[in-house]
Design a protein around this ligand. Structure first.
Ligand code: G3H
Ligand code: 13P
Ligand code: ZN
Length: 331
């Protein structure tokens, strides 16, 4: 039997994005795969008073079990309310690849879905996205589409280079599909290795500085679809604090590079209303788990290493909401 997200206490992303557009900030969309990540997201966003989009990828559904994840999403709303957090919470499918997956999520209580047809031809992307929008409409579920391809790994598809979004296509795409928001490609990419060292310059401290995002493309897009919600994927900063901790405590992450915080701040003030962050959370958790293992080699109670990792993730989220996305206190 279909479950409505409204009965689960969730909201779709329409109002959140509208407020973010008017307020000059971006709503964080944090990925989760397990209970500790979800607890940290709710605590971090609750404590900082930020609206939040809980994101579930295809990989997360396979890993954690789709039914359990949806129940976790519902549990997250209950936990937030019982903790006194009055923040709006959306449950969103990240990078849905087929109509069937999107429909299954909509039927099971998701309040928002992404249909990522960006690897298809332009015409097929429109047809697939439109089909999802038409289905979602009946449930008042919001739909995110994508135009352009991010470099790196996206849904098991590896693209060597970014295919930037073509501003000439956005009006037509948005008009023909009826999507609520559009993910664009302006130089971000998924994962912790967003740029090769050859693409970067080095600053005085020897730190790799990546090429700037293509704000010129973003501006052209904004001119063509004024006031329309834009989404930035692959937007982790790859915080050096965590990369260094991982390397210090036995890991090996060389040449990890992300999107500098100033560029994300600039994007958040524009029509970018939703910013996706997964890798930064993974790095924070891994750094703290490695630290505990290195300092307490006899520890084998998962709560003793997952607990500190969860606390670190909540702190990272608070900092991001306050100092990068500007979503803190905007609920
Ligand atoms: O955009 C991709 C997200 O980071 C999710 O990654 O497919 O490994 O769960 P995943
Ligand atoms: P990062 O890998 O930069 O965290 O991007 C996550 C993302 O775009 C999820 O859809
Ligand atoms: Zn993504």
């Amino acid at each position: 039997m279909a479950v409505s997200y409204k009965d689960l206490g969730l909201v779709n992303t329409r109002e959140m994005c509208k407020k973010a557009m008017e307020g000059g900030y971006a709503v964080p969309a944090y990925n989760f795969n397990n209970m500790e990540q979800l607890q940290a997201i709710i605590k971090g966003c609750g404590e900082s008073g930020s609206p939040v989009i809980l994101q579930v990828s295809k990989g997360a559904r396979d890993y954690a079990n789709a039914t359990l994840l949806r129940s976790l999403g519902k549990g997250a709303v209950d936990m937030a309310r019982e903790s006194g957090y009055d923040i709006p919470i959306a449950l969103h499918l990240d990078h849905g690849d087929t109509f069937e997956t999107c429909a299954a999520c909509i039927d099971s209580g998701f309040s928002s879905v992404m249909i990522d047809g960006s690897h298809h031809s332009y015409e097929d992307n429109i047809a697939l996205t439109k089909k999802v929008v038409e289905y979602a409409k009946g449930f008042d579920v919001t739909v995110e589409g994508e135009l352009g391809v991010l470099a790196g790994i996206e849904d098991d598809v590896v693209a060597a280079e970014s295919v930037y979004t073509q501003p000439e296509e956005v009006e037509d795409f948005v008009g023909k599909t009826g999507v609520d928001s559009l993910a664009i490609s302006i130089g971000t990419s998924h994962g912790a290795f967003k740029f090769t060292p050859a693409q970067c310059t080095k600053n005085e401290e020897g730190v790799l500085v990546p090429p700037p995002l293509r704000f010129d493309i973003l501006e052209q897009i904004e001119k063509r679809i004024p006031g329309f919600s834009i989404v930035l994927h692959g937007a982790s900063s790859v915080l050096m604090k965590y990369v260094d901790m991982i390397n210090q405590f036995g890991g090996s992450l060389d040449a990890a590079v992300g999107i500098p915080a100033e560029q994300l701040r600039k994007a958040a003030k524009s029509a970018v209303c939703k910013i996706n962050v997964d890798s930064d959370g993974r790095l924070a958790l891994t750094a703290m788990i490695r630290k505990v293992f290195a300092e307490k080699p006899g520890e084998f109670d998962p709560r003793k290493y997952l607990g500190p990792a969860r606390d670190e993730l909540a702190l990272m989220i608070i900092d991001k909401n306050k100092n990068v996305l500007g979503s803190a206190g905007r609920y």
